[in-house]
Design a protein. Sequence first.
Length: 150
Amino acid sequence: MSHKVLILNGPNLNLLGTRQPEVYGRQTLADIEGACARQAAALGLQADFRQSNVEGELVTWVQEARAGHAAIIVNAAAYTHTSVALMDALLACDLPVIEVHLSNIHRREAFRHHSYVSKAALGMICGLGAHGYELALAAVARLLNTTVEA
Ligand code: CA2
């Protein structure tokens, strides 16, 4: 049975493709979901792709992931820089966590340079647009295979 990977997207990412294409690209979140589904299948994984504008809903999904998912990929959007609650949930989930951002948060405003999510993440991919999600899935596939073989 293929491993299920929870791919979480935070607030306002549902607006992708409608505004600020110079920062976030032209792809919609549905485009990214489709690309993740294809990449996951090619890697023998299953993508469970979700978006929420509600911090508590993201926290609940992370808590529930422990029961049925093998890893979490998370673009927490603005909650990256504010949410101790999401960080605590990710730290407690006992799953490998990969952080993704479409933009290079370190080339942007100073308030985007700090990430609470990074405290719980094995690694972070930023600045490569939607391709970052596919790279994160490749990293998860490698991590899970390594774990099985070790
Ligand atoms: O670069 C990323 O992926 C971010 O996580 C995106 C967040 C931002 O707060 C982070 O600092 C970096 C913002 C997501 C909002 O996306 C929009 C897309 C189109 C129009 C408006 C917002």
